[in-house]
Every structure is written in C-alpha cells, then in structure tokens.
Design a protein around this ligand. Sequence first.
Ligand SMILES: [Zn+2]
Ligand SMILES: [Zn+2]
Ligand SMILES: [Zn+2]
Length: 260
Amino acid sequence: MNYHRFKLPEAYCPKCSRKVELLFSEETSALPQFYICFKCKTIGQFGLGELSANEFPAFSTERKKEIKEIIEEIPDKYKYKAQGSQLRLEEKSDTYTRRWLSLYEYEKAFGEELGFETIDFREDKRLCKWCNQPLEGRRRSFCSDRCSRNYGKATFFKRGISTLPYRIASRDRFYCRITGEDLAITNRFGVRIPASNQQLEIHHLIFVSNGGSDHETNLLTVSKQVHKEYHKGEINTVQAVEKIKAEQLLRHSDKMYTKK
Ligand SMILES: [Zn+2]
Ligand SMILES: [Zn+2]
Ligand SMILES: [Zn+2]
C-alpha cells in the first residue's frame, strides 16, 4: 500500500503541537485519513485523535490490518540525522517524499545562500507575465492585479513543491537536464509559467543514503520518466546522469556530501 505525505499549513499535533503531515492513500478515498507527527512519533486520524493500533472500530478487518501495518512501519522508515530536526528518508523507498532543507537550514549548513529566486520566462518584457498582453503605463510585470494574483497562485500558493527544489527547478529553468523536456506549466493564454507540471523531480547526484547533500551542486532537475529510468538502471539515462555527476564532483565534491 502506497501512502504519500503532504504538509498542511494548519495541522498541528494534538499531543505536542508540532506541525504534522498528512498521509493520503493511493488506493482508498482521496481524503486525508491520517496525520503523522515526527516529534512525538504519533500517528492519528483527523477528527478522532491519536490511534492506538486496536482502536478503530469503523474500519473493516482488512483495512484495520493495513492500518496496523502502516503504524508499525512508518516511524522506522525515517531517521533523524545531524542538524536540527532535519528528517531524512532512506532513498531505497520512493513511497515517501523526504523533507527538504529550509532556506535557513541551507544557509546554516553551507554558509551561503541559495539564489535563483525570481525567474522570468518572458522574452519580451513589455508583455504581461500571465496573459501576454502589452503592459501599459508604469506596469512592469502584470497588466492587472488579477493577472498578478493568478500568477502568484500558480507559482507560489499552488506550486506544490518546496522552496529548495523550486529554486533548483528555477536554476534549470524548468527543463529536464537530461532530455530537455519542458517541465513547466503552460497557462490558458499559452504562456509558460515557472511552476511544475507534475512531471518535475529533483535527483541527488550523490544519493542521500550515501551522504549526498541538498547543496545545489548535488541536485538536478529531471523528468519523472528520466528519474525512474535512472533508478531502474536504464543504461543511456544512467550514463547521461553519471557524466554530469563526474563533472560536478571534479569541482564541488566538498559541498556535495553532508558534513559529518
Ligand atoms: Zn506530536
Ligand atoms: Zn495580464
Ligand atoms: Zn534520484
């Protein structure tokens, strides 16, 4: 059974008040059914609170068994490593999304800022970033507040990707570094917008499980397809990625590994 983790801004653990994450099941309803708190290692159900393994009468026997397994498995799949409460997932399992460093943690870990914040895909800067219509007067980015809001929604509130990977994607201009596939969304005006089209993934050249860091020199924007091929060992993809890795290691090996 595959569960996917999501962060919800206003979900707090009822036990220790730390932010919790939601678990969505692939196979059953689309509703969030569980939360997990990585501080006190509690798994609970929204509306019901903490679940003890044998206390969910509403579920079928089969489902109870599944949930029991989830509860037993999840906390062990994670381990706390080094700086702060940074949570790391073993790369072996691709079922869960690991938590990325925040920009603050990034700066602390590497002693430098991560750039690539503002990205502007426009070739003609006299056109609106959202609707491609000519800008009037002193307007520089958007023809109207409405366009500005829509752009903000797409590139920030709904971008569905953490800040660090977003900046890596921005560095790579939302193209797959291996195939050149376009991984940005195109809006209803036919304008390319810096937000993931859901096919965008970030690969660690040195795996996290081998001590690879979140430093930008260790990260590569790739398409879902390429990422899958690489981890399956598809020869052409592996060669293309390994070539980039070798080049990066020549110059940046110190940053590409997490300091012990
Ligand atoms: Zn808690
Ligand atoms: Zn506009
Ligand atoms: Zn990868």
